[in-house]
Design a protein around this ligand. Structure first.
Ligand code: HEC
Length: 119
């Protein structure tokens, strides 16, 4: 048993070293979320994904893909890709998307934005 443990420890140590040396291909350390981002992910998964990933309501205007929205200069509609703009859209609603003004606290909004930056 002890030997097995030792082998496991050495193996995970090696995997770690391999990851550090060959960054970042195949390494998922960067995807570890902070508690705030994890809360944002939970909010996204429950409140946004059903439309933005699955379009489960079969909306005529297909909700845009939000992957990497902050890695581009502009949002799909051309507005600047900033926290302030996304927050404005979420508070006001847009087209077929409802407003989230009464469903989200400021902390939840911040968590969601933090997650979308990793997403
Ligand atoms: C009921 C379905 C629905 C839900 C739920 C929903 N969205 Fe949307 N969303 C849409 C649709 C449809 C659009 C496109 C609106 C338009 O351009 O007319 C949109 C647009 C957006 C845009 C603007 C993209 C652009 O450039 O115009 C952002 C950002 C966005 N949604 C984020 C979110 C987030 C974050 C959530 C979760 C809190 C969410 N949405 C929940 C349907 C939805």
């Amino acid at each position: 048993m002890r030997l097995l443990k030792l082998v496991a420890t050495v193996a995970s140590g090696l995997a770690l070293t391999a990851c550090v040396v060959t960054i970042p291909a195949g390494c998922h350390f960067r995807s570890a979320l902070t508690p705030q981002q994890a809360e944002g992910k939970r909010l996204y998964d429950t409140g946004c994904a059903h439309c933005h990933e699955e379009n489960d309501l079969h909306l005529k205007k297909v909700p845009p893909n939000l992957h990497g929205i902050f890695s581009h200069k502009t949002l799909p509609d051309g507005a600047p890709a900033t926290d302030a703009e996304v927050e404005r859209i979420l508070l006001a609603g847009k087209g077929l998307m409802p407003s989230f003004a009464y469903q989200m606290t400021k902390e939840q909004m911040d968590a969601l934005l933090a997650y979308l930056h990793t997403y």
